[in-house]
Design a protein around this ligand. Structure first.
Ligand SMILES: Cc1cc2nc3c(=O)[nH]c(=O)nc-3n(C[C@H](O)[C@H](O)[C@H](O)COP(=O)(O)OP(=O)(O)OC[C@H]3O[C@@H](n4cnc5c(N)ncnc54)[C@H](O)[C@@H]3O)c2cc1C
Ligand SMILES: *[C@@H]1O[C@H](CO)[C@@H](O)[C@H](O)[C@H]1NC(C)=O
Ligand SMILES: *[C@@H]1O[C@H](CO)[C@@H](O)[C@H](O)[C@H]1NC(C)=O
Ligand SMILES: *[C@@H]1O[C@H](CO)[C@@H](O)[C@H](O)[C@H]1NC(C)=O
Ligand SMILES: *[C@@H]1O[C@H](CO)[C@@H](O)[C@H](O)[C@H]1NC(C)=O
Ligand SMILES: *[C@@H]1O[C@H](CO)[C@@H](O)[C@H](O)[C@H]1NC(C)=O
Ligand SMILES: *[C@@H]1O[C@H](CO)[C@@H](O)[C@H](O)[C@H]1NC(C)=O
Ligand SMILES: *[C@@H]1O[C@H](CO)[C@@H](O)[C@H](O)[C@H]1NC(C)=O
Ligand SMILES: *[C@@H]1O[C@H](CO)[C@@H](O)[C@H](O)[C@H]1NC(C)=O
Ligand SMILES: *[C@@H]1O[C@H](CO)[C@@H](O)[C@H](O)[C@H]1NC(C)=O
Ligand SMILES: *[C@@H]1O[C@H](CO)[C@@H](O)[C@H](O)[C@H]1NC(C)=O
Length: 531
């Protein structure tokens, strides 16, 4: 009825359609005459009148001005134009991301709204990006200059299923929000360790968790994805529905296959656990490297244990320091697997371990910096001597930059112990291409912060030297590994070739099958891409 009314009321618009599929008139006529085909369920007569008025003024507009104006009519209240004086930007973890200003932001609430935004972006050829927790470090990871920013933050549902086996988690959640709801119900999921990190990026790229010894990474523990595909349709991807897509989403990353509108995460009983940070003087770096490396080797003896080891320069502390994060999935202090670590004394007042819940643990780690940030990562075979030598290189490369404003260089080593790699084979395996034959491994990730753009070149150069010297050393000793963990990578790293040839080829195949027209390749500005 409504469509019929529209056709009668706005007949003349049809004559405006041209062969140039990008022209404002062509776009408008398709929105006005056939809203259903562009993902708009129906238009009220008021909306149609607004669109009709828009049609008359949109002649000289660029594609994103047109897209954003259409969206602000068909998703009223939830689309804001950055040109408006009342526009308030949303926060990002790194200053490089925050610096990009979209034409408009769509604060979506439903899968159908995501689909509508996607269809309007396609119709107008306006580029877009998708933001979950916004912790990607580089510019344009989940921000965009002059395009549509699809902000998932409102999609923050956390609902435990009746049988307590899965939890429906909206893609706009940050992990502290998830743990807060689930903690009060005595359950948990395999997710991030830090409060402010998003469910979307972390889960799609992998997801190292305190619970990985028991269950693998976050991506290994998704029972079902609800996802908006390139053609705008909304499907489930699980072992039984689109199993090829299900496999690809488990490590294949955001911005390649579709926009995930809900994650059904496998859920387990979980009460309070033991864990927290410990801070040490740098003089213990070698014994800490030994303790960490032995932990990685021995981790299969106790799936409840988790450990990372980090090094940082912290001026308020007086220089370089070492941090560990021992965690145990039961309320038990100093489990025997941590015996070697427990013999190394933290600084006075520098032991923050204790029995606590996941919410408190994640908030204790929360980082609230908004300075310039960059990541970079490599993977090595687990080897204590290599870690010790890498620590030395870190200090050498960071030292000349210490007078840089706000300089905060850090790196960590994280376990890819055999029990974790084994668990990745669950549910048909994931896309990361790791096998126990090459393990145990340690992932080394850098996270350097600084304040001024004018120092960018010096910082990036030091990081590149640090990483290439470390890789060279590992290679000489036969301790290198091709794996590059997406969620810790810098933009220029070739993540997918690190997954191995088979996995990369299969991912590209799934990508083509679900996005034949390469809509995402052309319009989605974001993370690590398969195109
Ligand atoms: C302080 C800090 C702590 C961290 N801790 C951990 C940790 O414990 N374990 C770990 O494994 N990693 C950790 N990371 C790395 C983290 O996994 C990545 O930074 C990840 O990208 C963050 O996800 P996000 O949703 O916040 O990012 P965003 O920047 O919002 O998104 C990253 C990418 O995913 C895409 N994306 C997001 N949501 C969706 C969706 N619903 N559908 C499709 N694509 C989507 C975006 O478009 C973008 O391309 C940490 C990072 C930081 C900065
Ligand atoms: C439509 O716009 C895109 C991106 O701006 C451009 O690459 C393409 O050539 C345009 N198509 C037509 C038919 O003008
Ligand atoms: C706008 O967002 C709110 C939730 O914040 C939602 O209830 C409402 O339906 C949205 N409006 C439209 C038109 O999508
Ligand atoms: C978690 O711990 C914090 C701090 O001790 C407490 O305030 C909160 O109520 C706890 N949450 C749950 C779900 O137990
Ligand atoms: C996804 O699966 C759920 C549960 O089986 C079902 O209720 C829902 O309708 C499905 N969604 C789609 C888009 O098929
Ligand atoms: C790391 O430990 C080694 C061996 O104890 C020591 O020689 C070195 O000075 C330490 N490094 C730093 C930066 O303190
Ligand atoms: C655990 O080990 C740390 C470090 O050795 C020690 O300070 C602490 O007292 C121990 N805690 C318990 C409960 O044994
Ligand atoms: C965590 O830090 C972010 C900023 O990065 C802040 O917005 C958020 O409120 C913090 N979360 C908690 C639970 O403290
Ligand atoms: C830092 O010190 C070096 C010399 O040690 C100097 O060349 C450089 O200009 C200084 N940088 C800043 C930001 O002060
Ligand atoms: C660097 O920037 C951060 C975040 O804006 C600020 O808190 C800090 O004071 C700055 N440091 C210096 C040395 O300017
Ligand atoms: C969209 O693509 C999916 C996957 O290729 C397909 O199953 C579905 O039928 C398509 N939907 C439409 C409306 O073409």
């Amino acid at each position: 009825m409504k469509l019929h009314f529209l056709a009668l009321a706005f007949g003349p618009v049809a004559t405006l359609a041209t062969t140039n599929t990008n022209s404002s008139a062509s776009v408008m006529s398709r929105v006005l005459f056939n809203p259903a085909s562009v993902g708009i369920p129906s238009l009220s007569s008021a909306e149609a009148a607004q669109l009709q008025a828009l049609n008359h003024q949109s002649g000289g507009w660029n594609s994103c001005q047109l897209a954003c104006s259409i969206l602000s009519i068909i998703i009223p209240f939830n689309v804001s134009l950055s040109s408006s004086p009342t526009y308030t930007p949303i926060p990002y973890w790194s200053a490089q991301q925050a610096a990009l200003i979209p034409t408009c932001r769509a604060d979506v609430s439903y899968a159908t709204e995501i689909s509508t935004v996607l269809q309007i972006a396609k119709l107008t050829s306006c580029p877009f990006t998708v933001k979950s927790g916004g912790h990607a470090a580089f510019a344009g990871g989940s921000s965009i200059q002059d395009g549509i920013l699809i902000n998932l933050a409102k999609m923050n549902e956390v609902t435990l299923s009746k049988d307590r086996q899965t939890t429906r988690v909206g893609p706009g959640n940050v992990w502290s929000g998830v743990y807060k709801v689930l903690g009060s119900l005595g359950v948990s999921v395999v997710g991030g360790r830090e409060a402010g990190v998003g469910v979307g990026g972390l889960t799609l790229g992998g997801g190292i968790s305190y619970f990985s010894g028991r269950y693998g990474w976050a991506c290994d523990n998704v029972a079902n994805y609800e996802i908006v595909l390139a053609n705008g349709s909304i499907v489930n991807a699980s072992r039984s529905s689109h199993p090829d897509l299900y496999w690809a989403l488990r490590g294949g990353g955001g911005s390649n296959f579709g926009i995930v509108s809900a994650f059904d995460l496998m859920t387990f009983d979980q009460g309070p656990l033991w864990g927290g940070s410990r801070i040490y003087e740098m003089k213990y770096n070698a014994s800490l490297a030994d303790a960490f490396s032995n932990f990685v080797t021995n981790a299969p003896n106790d799936d409840f244990a988790h450990l990372y080891l980090a090094f940082a320069y912290v001026p308020t502390f007086g220089g370089f320091l070492t941090i560990t994060g021992p965690t145990y999935g039961k309320p038990i202090a100093n489990a025997s697997i941590f015996a070697e670590l427990d013999r190394i004394p933290p600084v006075d007042g520098g032991d923050f371990t204790g029995v606590q819940n996941m919410t408190a643990l994640s908030i204790a780690l929360n980082q609230t910096t908004f300075s310039r940030e960059t990541f970079k990562t490599v993977t090595f075979k687990n080897d204590a001597t290599l870690i010790k030598d890498v620590i030395q290189i870190f200090v050498e490369e960071a030292a000349p930059l210490l007078n840089i404003s706000g300089f905060a260089p850090a790196f960590a080593v994280q376990p890819l112990s055999l029990n974790i790699i084994e668990k990745m084979a669950m549910n048909g395996g994931n896309a990361l291409g790791l096998s126990t034959d090459e393990g145990p491994l340690t992932i080394m990730n850098l996270n350097w912060g600084w304040n001024l753009t004018s120092d960018d070149d010096a910082v990036y150069a030091a990081i590149d030297r640090f990483v290439s010297r470390s890789v060279e050393l590992a290679r000489k000793r036969g301790l290198d590994n091709r794996f590059i963990y997406m969620n810790y990578a810098s933009r220029e790293q070739d993540v997918f070739s690190g997954y191995g040839e088979n996995s990369e080829r299969r991912l590209r195949g799934v990508r083509r099958m679900y996005d034949e027209e390469n809509v995402f390749g052309e319009l989605w500005r974001g993370y690590f891409r398969l195109d």
